[in-house]
Design a binder for this molecule. Structure first.
Ligand code: 5GP
Ligand code: ZN
Length: 115
């Protein structure tokens, strides 16, 4: 745990959040500033700052994050209407929280082109 990391604090139960799913590898909670009717963050318990810090040891974890996202899309009623999964990495992507997380966005048509 990084004591300066807001997502580590949420995972440790030291900061409030609306948790919608948790297991031994990940915690999922509602984004505090939702950008769509459904906006859930799927967050590994392990403090990995960004995609740049991934190693081969994390491959199963990344796959699990996407499987959890699929299940949450079903449970939140957007599996058929569609949804977008986003991981921002670094300044140009406007990554704001340097604890890896997967955004699940749905419930409205997404803007296109992306970016
Ligand atoms: P990033 O730009 O790093 O990919 O996205 C960070 C996301 O975390 C943003 O969508 C922001 O609204 C969300 N966020 C930042 N601080 C908190 C917080 O304390 N609680 C929750 N639930 N979401 C947060
Ligand atoms: Zn962290």
């Amino acid at each position: 745990m990084d004591p300066n990391c807001i997502f580590c604090k949420i995972i440790a139960g030291e900061s409030p959040s609306t948790i919608v799913y948790h297991d031994e590898q990940v915690v999922a909670f509602l984004d505090i500033h939702p950008a769509a009717p459904v906006h859930i963050l799927i967050v590994p318990r392990q403090h990995i700052p960004s995609i740049n810090h991934l190693t081969g040891d994390h491959e199963a974890l990344l796959g699990h994050m996407y499987t959890v996202a699929k299940q949450l899309a079903i449970e939140n009623g957007v599996a058929e209407s569609g949804y977008r999964l986003i991981i921002n990495s670094g300044p140009d992507a406007r990554q704001a929280v340097f604890h890896l997380h997967l955004h699940l966005l749905g419930g409205r048509e997404m803007r296109y082109p992306m970016g």
